[in-house]
Design a protein around this ligand. Structure first.
Ligand code: NAD
Length: 472
């Protein structure tokens, strides 16, 4: 993490915003309105833990109301504070605009180390937090919709939806009050892996552009690229998994308590199993270990994927980074100083608010499923299969030839929910990369993809505010 105790994540986001705003046509007033956090809730609430009252500090920030509901994860971490939640909420606003998801940005967090509480305690804390959000109108399918983030998963989301539904029994759309839920509680297939898969699609797209790779001295394609990943949680693990499946070589892995490096490649599932057994990555057979995990970031590779927390690359270690591409899977992993240093070095930084947008994209699909009360694919799957069957039979009759049984089954297969979710995500990540890159290539003076991504977001939100009008 940044060694500067006065580092403000929110100010860092504002600095990037201001850098991009100069390239847009909007007046200062509209730009200020886009930048500010519209509503900030700080709550302190008591929960009985082992017979004693403990007071918890928690937040929910709604950064932008230009579209509702607000959308963004809930983080459980010791380092949660208002500045961090505001920055993460702001990034959500820009992220949603970039991938054309019609939400304003939001974020929440509880200042807590989840590892020291029992599951029953965590359930009480999460339910109490949800109760506070309900009391203050900071949750609801049309108002504000949380999701998983650092330190939370579908388990916490199921406690949130159950608490909200109990307090709002007549809300027909109650399931849409939170996303990232288990399937049995109204979740959608494909949400768990969505962010990591989106990171993979984004990096694959970047690597597919010949002229951009030539500038970095790299060949096209993700196959054979050497990758280091920091953070083996939900996002980092899935990003690693899909990159490995596509032929990339995972040369380095980093966790909070140690890092490993192996030039010939590590198998992500073998390493995960080893870490579960031993509590750490250290001494994984055949790999070099680093007790100071930050050294893992500085090892040779083509692509570095930070997927843990913010400000892990800063002015003191940015010079030592050897990667030619940084894929920001985490939110805010580079401080603005690090960003400047790496841009000057010619590193391609694929910005967080585009690259980790797979989660919110699939959350949008989940929310739509909850509002429509029907599973994706339910209406069209059989119809599609029957149509394809008719077409294949007609072609067979015309040509006097039959396709084989396996081929026929493959051709006829109608879409399941998971197929539609994955293809919707792939299409979004591919299309949005080119939207940002077109701005990067075609706007004189824009020198990095982050500025281009901010311009892309500001242009869409600025137009929304103009057309909405400002209340007189
Ligand atoms: P997670 O809790 O599932 O995993 C985080 C992992 O990082 C854990 O394994 C943790 O031990 C590790 N870690 C913590 N500190 C570390 C350090 N100093 N060095 C190396 N590893 C460290 O969290 P997640 O959901 O995977 O989120 C990771 C990042 O991705 C966060 O910045 C989050 O805001 C962002 N993000 C998550 C989602 C999502 O859908 N979960 C969506 C968008 C963005």
């Amino acid at each position: 993490m940044s060694t500067n105790p006065r580092y403000s994540f929110f100010k860092g986001v504002e600095r990037s915003f201001d850098k991009a705003a100069k390239f847009t046509r909007f007046p200062k007033g509209i730009l200020n309105q886009i930048k500010e956090c519209n509503s900030t809730l700080q709550v302190k609430f008591p929960v009985l833990i082992n017979g004693k009252v403990e007071v918890f500090e928690a937040y929910r920030v709604q950064h932008s109301h230009h579209k509702l509901p607000c959308k963004g994860g809930v983080r459980f971490s010791k380092s949660v504070n208002q500045d961090e939640v505001m920055a993460l909420a702001a990034l959500m606003t820009y992220k949603c605009a970039i991938v054309n998801v019609p939400f304003g940005g939001g974020k929440g967090g509880i200042k807590i180390d989840p590892s020291i509480y029992s599951v029953a305690d965590l359930e009480r804390i999460t339910r109490r937090y949800t109760f506070e959000l309900c009391k203050k109108n900071f949750i609801g399918p049309g108002l504000d919709v949380p999701a998983p983030d650092y330190g939370t998963s579908s388990r916490e989301m199921s406690w949130i939806v159950d608490t909200y539904s109990s307090l709002n029994p007549s809300d027909l759309n109650a399931l849409g009050c939170v996303t990232g839920k288990p399937i049995s509680q109204g979740g959608v297939r494909g949400r768990v892996e969505a962010t990591g898969m989106g990171v993979f699609f984004g990096i694959r797209e970047a690597c597919s552009i010949k002229e951009d790779m030539a500038k970095l001295g790299l060949s096209t394609g993700i196959k054979g690229k050497a990758i280091i990943i920091q953070g083996l949680g939900n996002v980092g693990y899935h990003a690693a998994k899909y990159c490995q499946q596509a032929g990339a070589i995972i040369v380095g892995l980093i966790e909070y308590n140690g890092a490993i490096y192996k030039e010939s490649g590590l198998d992500i599932d073998e390493v995960q199993a080893y870490r579960k057994r031993n509590g750490s990555l250290l001494n994984f057979p055949g790999a070099t270990s680093f007790e100071d995990e930050t050294k893992g970031l500085e090892q040779p590779c083509d692509i570095l994927i930070p997927a843990a927390l913010e400000a892990v690359i800063h002015k003191d270690n940015a010079h030592a980074i050897q990667a030619k591409i940084i894929g920001e899977a985490a939110n805010g992993p580079l401080t603005p100083d690090a960003d400047d240093i790496l841009n000057k070095k010619g590193v391609l930084v694929i910005p967080d608010m585009y690259l980790n947008a797979g989660g919110v994209t699939v959350s949008y699909f989940e929310w739509l499923k909850n509002l429509s009360h029907v599973r994706y694919g339910r209406l069209e799957k059989r119809f599609t299969e029957n149509r394809y069957s008719d077409i294949v039979s007609s072609l067979e009759a015309l040509t006097n030839k039959n396709v084989g049984a396996i081929e026929r089954r493959n051709i006829l297969k109608g879409p399941e929910e998971i197929d539609l979710i994955h293809s919707g995500l792939e299409d979004t990540m591919m299309g949005s990369y080119h939207e940002i890159r077109d701005i990067y290539i075609n706007t004189a003076g824009v020198e990095d993809m982050r500025t281009a991504a901010f311009i892309c977001a500001i242009n869409k939100i600025g137009v929304a505010y103009e057309e909405l009008g400002i209340f007189p």
